[in-house]
Design a protein around this ligand. Structure first.
Ligand SMILES: [Zn+2]
Length: 395
């Protein structure tokens, strides 16, 4: 195995046990959990060993600077948190590859001509508090810090309290023009969440854009009662209404080619096998090529689902990455494919504010947000090669 191959593998290997989920399989690395804090510690240690200077911003994001922080910086990185039972590559691959690229550049005596940082964004998946890309949204000012601070996790803990527990100051959360203003260019390397590169026969690709996507919480109220003593006729069972809504979600998306709608989470109160629930909540994830299509899709679902509440928890407009950067990067990498993605990313949040680009690494199964997510070592190395050459071209 070559020296460089060892770099990516070693990085992923070092964090292999952090947040491994014995119940769901894969990883559950939720914001400020023991596992996620362990990953942050690992990052700080790894970056420090590379001679990078650690900087914690106001919104829980970690920066590792090569030299002095400054304006017009090149920034690369991704996130370390995961969905419940997620894969090993979504997020960490971008961080590990960034650190590996730094190690390689240092080994060959390269000196950046502009400020450069590796970044780890907080709560990209929104798995703990329901809002995806929380750290980048707070930084750019597209999420109200008061709203963010009051978000609650499944145990009822507010984001503000969880932040304090993790040693962050929630009073400081909010728009951070100083941090954002330093980014001259952002590059995020990410495992592909689909089979686009498999079909195109390429280890690496460049992103063109991201689908519009959002999350909604639907509530169904009923009357809790005994599963055996309550006759079938006359029940007010909110699970039945929820089931009808789930079917409507699928039908609405099938009727609009290119759109995607998913119910991946459902909670029944009180949640007993022998109890008719008194309330059911489910979460809808809907995506489409354009904002208008996504809104139409959700409006159709809202009209068909007899929910007592239909609340938007998160919304991300469709993203078109900087076209000149995209074309320059694709050409610079020897004409690698340019493709869009249905998955959201911090790069998508930043794209509205600073020139941003994404590199995708082939995922042979196309599976993501599940334990089966995978990338071949050779493709991970090709990803780091590509990131390294792009960094050299802009630094
Ligand atoms: Zn990700």
């Amino acid at each position: 195995m070559s020296e460089t191959a060892h770099g990516v593998l070693a990085g992923l290997d070092e964090i292999r046990d952090l947040g491994a989920d014995p119940v769901r399989g894969g990883y559950s690395r939720h914001l400020w959990s023991t596992a996620e804090l362990g990953l942050r510690e690992w990052f700080v240690e790894r970056a420090t060993r590379l001679g990078l200077g650690i900087d914690r911003d106001r919104n829980g994001n970690l920066w590792a600077w090569w030299g002095e922080p400054g304006a017009d910086a090149v920034v690369t990185g991704s996130h370390l948190d995961s969905v419940p039972g997620g894969g090993a590559y979504d997020g960490p691959l971008g961080v590990v590859s960034a650190l590996d690229a730094v190690a390689r550049l240092k080994a060959r005596g390269f000196t950046p001509h502009r400020p450069f940082a590796v970044i780890v964004f907080a709560e990209e998946e929104g798995s703990r508090f329901g809002v995806a890309c929380l750290g980048s949204r707070l930084m750019v000012g597209s999420l109200d810090p008061a709203v963010a601070g009051a978000l609650r996790d499944r145990d009822g803990v507010t984001l503000a309290d969880a932040a304090r527990y993790a040693g962050e100051d929630p009073e400081l959360f909010g728009p951070d023009p100083a941090a954002l203003g330093r980014i001259g260019l952002f590059i995020e390397l990410h495992v592909e969440q689909g089979r686009g590169l498999v079909d195109l026969g390429s280890a690496v690709g460049v992103a063109s854009g991201i689908l519009a996507h959002g999350r909604w919480r639907l509530s169904f109220e009923g009357e809790g009662n005994h599963a055996g003593a309550t006759p079938m006729i006359g029940r007010r069972d909110p699970m039945v209404a929820a089931a009808a809504a789930i079917l409507a979600v699928r039908e609405a998306a099938l009727a609009r080619p290119g759109t995607r709608a998913t119910v991946g989470r459902l909670e029944a109160v009180p949640g007993g096998t022998n109890v008719i629930p008194s309330r059911v909540q489910l979460w809808l994830d809907a995506r489409a090529e354009t904002d208008a299509e996504a809104h139409e899709l959700v409006a159709t679902i809202a009209a068909r689902a007899s929910a007592s509440a239909f609340v938007e928890e998160s919304w991300s407009s469709s993203v078109e990455f900087d076209a000149s950067l995209r074309d320059r990067f694709a050409a610079g990498l020897g004409g690698v494919p340019v493709l869009s993605t249905g998955a959201g990313h911090d790069a998508g949040v930043l794209a509205a504010h600073v020139p941003s680009a994404m590199l995708f690494v082939r995922n042979p199964s196309g599976v993501s947000h599940a334990p089966g997510e995978f990338a071949e070592l050779a493709d991970c190395v090709a990803g780091t090669d590509a990131l390294e050459s792009l960094l050299v071209s802009v630094l």
